[in-house]
Design a protein around this ligand. Structure first.
Ligand SMILES: Nc1nc2c(ncn2[C@@H]2O[C@H](COP(=O)(O)OP(=O)(O)OP(=O)(O)O)[C@@H](O)[C@H]2O)c(=O)[nH]1
Length: 921
């Protein structure tokens, strides 16, 4: 009966041990998983912190630059000119939403602030009355450079703020550094900075703290979050502040990581299930559920009566174990590969997108830099516009610094044009100088230049007048009155090679001399074809397509090098994204038009595959809003997943084949000796005692089985041989006895010669033989004369003795092979003479007659005085229709006649009795 009571103690012990081991292993795995999870969480946090640090560094360094720019405006006069300062400050505050105010102090007193509203408390403030402010101010003065001060509670609202401070000094005199004049401070909302860096505390999956106030670094005072976390295990990333100093970002994962908790719960559940299953299995083996795993029971999963070979069994078991492992391992790996690919593709797209955005944004800073520089130069009286050769050489050295620029040029107030240029098209990439002068009647001249920046040869001259004042960039500068982007336009330079047959975009600004008089317009320009080339370089090796377009959907550039304008007569008509030659760009136009978001992504299903589309919108300073689009084929990433899957499949296949081979080898190793054992026992069962040639087995139990079987077989063989020997002996004895019995059955018990039965058998067989051979056969019938009287006179005993003597006498005369003498009955004897005719037989009969008489056995009552015999002889060649008894009868008749004739004589069937010769009677 199934039950638990009868279970042995060792079964219970193994169950308890299995449960304990299972629990210990589960706890260990959960701990390990937790540690792994924490490690991976830490690295995720670190990545996030690094991204945030990068963003903070970028923002702060941009702010430092801007603050520095404001300070630079104070340098010429070292006087607070509100009219000059206000527009700059206004622009700063408007462009950067996190800036609270821009303030200027003369000495340590704040004398200018913008905006005033909300910052009234700042105006007139003395830094030396505010120790927390003074710390940063002192640092800036000591360093004589921009510093990032704070964060500290702001005077205006008490909220934490970061202050970018740039000190301004009097000019140096006699090699002595100039004395402190004042300070430009840009105040930034600290929480806003954190938010922009993705560290808004609301949605962080970790606890954040920051230390290093005043850029004091890893050991500095904490200023944000719970500083206690710095005492425990935490992830730390430093923010390098512009112009020196560091903040340290520290983070620890939040305790309520539900994903990790769910994973740990799954591990505990799986561990409990496996331990329980193991315990049940042990109970089953112990017999808790019936005869269970007891010896002799077949496997519970096999139908009754089914037997399988040991090799199939071993391979089957291996496959049963291996296949689920392979299947689960393969599935998990594939899922992981898929997820990693997904994450990787998104990260890569974002990475390429960000890189593209940064590079393009940096690229658009280039024209600004050159135009601003030339504006500064003009204002400082350093732009040699009255010496065109020098002017163009200066432009040439500028354009040489920036390989993507197409023109750095100036249009003078009277419409003359001077430029350095890099031809956007054509094989000849030598830099050019261009001018259209009033002296040449405004005809464009294009010169090739050499390495030293001199014009070498005139390449071509223009067809018509080139009046700079009619060019879009000139007009745009006049319209805006300051540095500004102008819309894309078609170049009007008609050189012989068509190198300038393209559109361009750039920045221009009016130029004023030191007296403030308008002297012309400076411009830096990039050909849109160059911009496309730039995009192509940026996306090289990524299989991505990138484009730049304006908000109205008109293309500026694309890495596919699809045309961005077409000519309608002489007029260049810009092509919108939706009409691009590139189907990818056309497909991207729709989601882009539908979204007003500054950045986003969309999936583009196209005829030949799926694409991931990422876009960023950004506004150029003093210019249009541009969209940078990036289109990536997802097949590239999917291929990675399918590559992984294929690799997994190959690996699984290889493992399976290897396992099968090992399985076959092992099963053969185990099974072959067992099979030879099985064959040997079958042979033994058939009684084949030949010693079996076993496969040697390395398995102890199997080897022991072989040894036992061998000794068992040897013992059986010995027993069987002994038995066979005994049986043979008994059989021989039996045969001898049977032979004796047979002899006895054919012999007369008194006389020892053949009896009547033997005589009859021999008569028939000899008769048949004579018949076949057509030879004569004779019979002698012999009867002792007057034996009754002998008996009566000498007694029965003597009669028997007499019979014996007569028999011996007869037997002694019958020696020929094939002849037989027998006692025919009573005192009567008979002889068969083979191959004998009557004559030969009669002769034998006479010899017999004489032989008996010659014994001279006294017989008182016989007229011969001795024992004599009478013999009847008959002979014949047997015929098929004649029975042998006929011959017997005839011999008997002859005997009768011999008796009647006086006894002691022979009578042949002729009827003529043969009297014995007298002398021998
Ligand atoms: N002692 C002895 N006597 C036998 C045996 N078998 C037959 N007899 C005797 O043999 C005698 C045969 O006698 P009968 O047949 O009358 O003939 P007979 O006396 O020999 O006279 P004839 O044949 O005419 O010469 C009988 O008395 C039988 O008892 C035997 O085995 N032992």
């Amino acid at each position: 009966m199934p039950g638990f009571r009868h279970l042995e103690a060792k079964v219970w012990a193994s169950v308890v041990l299995a449960l304990c081991l299972g629990a210990a292993l589960t706890v260990a795995i959960a701990q390990y998983d937790r540690r792994l999870g924490e490690r991976s969480q830490s690295s995720r946090i670190e990545v996030r912190l690094q991204a945030a640090a990068f963003e903070l560094e970028r923002t702060l360094s941009a702010l430092a630059q801007l603050n520095h720019d404001v300070a630079a405006t104070l340098l010429p006069e070292r006087a607070i000119t509100t009219a000059k300062l206000r527009p700059l400050a206004e622009k700063l505050v408007n462009d950067h939403r996190r800036i609270i105010d821009v303030a200027v102090s003369h000495g340590l007193e704040v004398v200018f602030v913008h905006p005033v509203e909300g910052n009234e408390a700042v105006l007139g403030m003395h830094f030396d009355t505010r120790p927390e402010q003074m710390e940063g101010v002192r640092r800036a003065i000591e360093r004589r450079d921009t510093v990032i001060a704070g964060p500290l509670p702001l005077v205006q609202n008490g909220r934490p703020g970061v202050i970018v401070r740039t000190p301004v000094f009097h000019p140096a005199t006699d090699g002595e550094p100039g004395a402190f004049w004042g300070m430009v401070s840009t105040v930034v909302e600290f929480e806003g900075l954190l938010e922009d860096a993705g560290l808004s505390s609301a949605d962080l999956p970790f606890t954040l703290a920051i230390r290093g106030r005043e850029g004091s670094g890893a050991q500095g005072p904490p200023f944000h979050g719970d500083a206690a976390l710095f005492r425990g295990t935490h992830v730390a990333v430093d923010v390098a502040l512009p112009a020196g100093g560091r903040w340290r970002l520290g983070a620890t994962p939040r305790a309520d990581d539900s994903e990790a908790a769910a994973r740990i719960a799954r591990i505990y559940t799986a561990g409990a299930a496996i331990s329980l299953a193991l315990a049940l299995l042990l109970l089953y083996r112990g017999g808790a559920f019936g005869s269970g795993g007891g010896a002799g029971r077949l496997h519970p999963f096999l139908p009754a009566g089914v037997r399988i070979g040991i090799r199939a069994f071993l391979i089957g078991v291996s496959l049963l174990v291996l296949l689920p492992i392979l299947a689960i391992g393969g599935w998990v790996s594939y899922r992981n590969a898929q997820q990693s690919t997904e994450r990787f593709s998104q990260a890569l797209a974002r990475e390429i997108g960000d890189r593209l955005h940064d590079r393009v944004a940096a690229f658009f800073e280039v024209p600004r830099h050159f135009v601003a520089f030339n504006v500064e130069q003009a204002r400082a009286g350093l732009l040699p516009y009255e010496k065109p050769e020098d002017l163009m050489r200066g432009f040439l050295s500028q354009i040489r610094q920036q390989p993507l620029l197409t023109f750095v040029s100036m249009g003078t107030a009277d419409g003359q044009y001077y430029a350095a240029s890099r031809p956007p098209h054509g094989a000849d990439k030598a830099l050019r100088m261009l001018h259209s002068r009033a002296a040449d009647d405004y005809v464009m001249h294009i010169f090739r230049t050499d390495q030293t920046g001199r014009s070498t040869s005139l390449m071509s001259t223009g067809k018509g007048r080139f009046d700079a004042r009619r060019r879009p960039w000139f007009e745009a500068a006049l319209d805006s009155g300051s540095l500004a982007w102008y819309p894309a336009y078609r170049y009007a330079i008609n050189d012989a090679e068509g190198a300038y047959d393209t559109m361009g975009i750039g920045m221009s600004a009016p130029l004023f001399d030191p007296h403030g008089s308008f002297i012309g317009v400076a411009t830096a320009d990039v050909a849109l074809s160059q911009l496309s080339e730039f995009l192509r370089e940026l996306t090289a090796g990524t299989q991505a397509t990138a484009f730049i377009a304006e908000t109205n959907g008109l293309m500026l550039a694309n890495s596919a090098l699809a045309p961005i304008y077409r000519l309608d007569g002489e007029e260049a008509v810009r092509i919108p994204l939706a009409e691009s030659d590139s189907p990818l760009i056309r497909a991207a136009a729709r989601p882009l038009a539908a979204s007003a978001q500054p950045e986003g992504s969309a999936s583009l299903p196209l005829g030949n595959g799926n694409f991931l589309f990422e876009w960023h919108r950004f506004t150029l300073a003093q210019g249009p809003t541009l969209t940078i689009g990036l289109i990536l084929p997802t097949a590239h990433f999917e291929a990675m997943a399918s590559d992984t899957l294929r690799n997994i499949l190959y690996l699984a296949l290889a493992v399976m084949i290897l396992s099968l081979m090992i399985g076959l080898f092992v099963s053969d190793w185990v099974a072959r000796p067992l099979r030879s054992l099985s064959r040997a026992s079958s042979r033994l069962a058939r009684g084949d005692w030949q010693p079996a040639s076993h496969e040697p087995s390395p398995i102890r139990e199997v080897a022991a089985l072989f040894a036992t079987m061998d000794s068992m077989a040897a013992q059986l063989k010995r027993h069987t041989e002994t038995l066979e020997h005994k049986v043979r002996e008994r059989t021989e004895e039996l045969e001898a006895a049977n032979h004796k019995l047979a002899m006895l059955s054919l012999t007369d018990g008194l006389t020892g010669i053949s009896n009547r039965r033997h005589f009859d058998q021999m008569l028939h067989s000899e008769w048949a033989r004579a018949l076949r051979a057509a030879q004569p056969l004779a019979i002698l019938m012999i009867d002792i004369d007057l034996f009754k009287k002998y008996n009566d006179h000498y007694g029965h005993q003597a009669g028997d003795e007499c019979l014996i003597r007569v028999a011996h006498a007869i037997q002694s005369c019958v020696k020929r092979a094939g002849d037989l003498a027998a006692r025919y009955g009573g005192e009567e004897f008979a002889v068969i003479c083979a191959e004998s005719d009557l004559e030969k037989a009669t002769a034998l009969a006479s010899i017999l007659c004489h032989a008996v008489a010659a014994q001279a056995l006294p017989h008182m009552l016989s007229p011969h005085g001795r024992v004599t015999v009478s013999i009847g002889v008959a002979a014949a060649v047997p015929a098929p229709e004649v029975a042998p008894e006929t011959l017997l009868r005839r011999a008997d008749e002859a005997l009768y006649r011999a008796k009647a004739g006086g006894r002691n004589r022979v009578d042949a069937e002729t009827g003529n009795p043969q009297p014995l010769p007298a002398g021998r009677a």
